[in-house]
Design a protein around this ligand. Structure first.
Ligand SMILES: Nc1nc2c(ncn2[C@@H]2O[C@H](COP(=O)(O)OP(=O)(O)OP(=O)(O)O)[C@@H](O)[C@H]2O)c(=O)[nH]1
Length: 315
């Protein structure tokens, strides 16, 4: 007899990743398959392939490079969609391998201070919650600071994550000064010997200079307590904003000295190639990617897996 109450089997990370990137890989795969049928490879086909890659937001440099690599030794020959996908995966991996770096928590720094920045809705608070869950599971003592003092919901959301992960949350009233909250949190984290302090910040638009100034102030104040902190500044980027992500990196890097990236919502776009364009341009470490809303949907970034998944290659 079938047990209808049984939970569906848990998905592996590979299934989540390929499932999450399906919109990008699907669009790419269909377009490439249409291009290569009943044609021999020529310059026009390579231009078309380049266009397909540009539409997935891989950026000009990488798209041209991939098209050139596809063309090498194949002119006037029939080519299969799988051959093209293989080249895409190889070239994308070359771009991503140097930036795929784990977020290392230096246990000698107590607390290891992680400042989390990014525009509204990029997934900062959720990412902090997921990281708190991960660090707690590793046996680290975590503290959370609700530095997004503009948004009452963000404070509440962080408190929920605090309860879930049994991590104390330092929060002020809505509208209170985020720099002084960061100061209070870091002082408390030192006193209570927490291993990791995750500081949330308000969503800041790069064209709002007063907000950028405030972010600078948060960093300045943190340094008053510990000159070496923050030890990591994570920029959380929403993949669905496409090319806008490139300018966000520039603005936040200038202001807060971003040390690594987290890209969320890769499941919500057919243009997941933006992570490749961004890696080619800025070469900042990519620590984690998100392909869904669940805790298990945020995972360390692995270049080869991502390259294969985006090219639509089966495991
Ligand atoms: N589909 C999908 N949704 C995500 C992912 N990561 C986060 N989200 C959702 O995105 C929404 C915004 O996330 P928040 O964490 O509130 O974003 P935030 O950057 O803290 O936003 P503010 O507090 O407004 O600055 C939430 O509904 C999350 O569940 C992801 O990888 N995939």
């Amino acid at each position: 007899m079938n047990d209808t109450t049984a939970e569906p089997p848990k998905k592996s990370w590979w299934q989540r990743l390929t499932g999450g990137l399906k919109r990008t890989s699907g669009a790419l795969g269909t377009a490439v398959a249409d291009l290569v049928t009943k044609r021999k490879l020529d310059r026009a086909m390579l231009d078309d392939i380049e266009d397909v890659l540009l539409r997935a937001d891989l950026g000009t440099e990488v798209s041209v490079r991939i098209a050139d690599a596809v063309g090498k030794g194949r002119y006037d020959k029939a080519i299969s969609a799988d051959e093209v996908k293989d080249v895409v995966a190889i070239e994308v991996e070359k771009v991503l391998s140097p930036v795929a770096k784990p977020l290392e928590i230096d246990a000698a720094k107590q607390p290891f201070v992680i400042l989390v920045v990014g525009v509204n809705g990029s997934g900062k608070t959720t990412t902090i919650g997921k990281l708190a869950a991960k660090f707690s599971a590793e046996g680290r003592k975590v503290m959370l600071a609700a530095g997004d003092t503009f948004r009452a919901a963000a404070i509440e959301q962080l408190k929920v994550w605090g309860e879930r992960t049994k991590s104390p949350v330092i929060a002020g009233a809505q509208g209170s000064d985020s720099a002084s909250l960061a100061f209070t949190a870091l002082t408390a984290a030192k006193e209570q010997q927490r291993d990791v302090l995750l500081i949330d910040t308000a969503g800041r638009l790069q064209n709002k200079s007063e907000l950028m100034n405030e972010l600078e102030k948060v960093v300045r104040v943190i340094k008053k307590v510990d000159a070496a902190a923050p030890h990591a500044v994570l920029l959380v980027l929403d993949a669905t904003v496409g090319q806008n992500a490139l300018s966000q990196v520039e603005a936040f890097h200038r202001t807060a000295g971003v040390t690594g990236l987290v890209m969320t919502k890769l499941d919500g776009t057919a243009r997941g190639g933006i992570l490749v364009a961004l890696s080619e341009k800025h070469k900042l470490p990519v620590h984690f990617i998100g392909v869904g809303e669940g805790v298990e949907d945020l995972a360390p970034f692995a270049a080869k897996d991502f390259a294969k998944a985006i090219a639509g290659i089966e495991a």
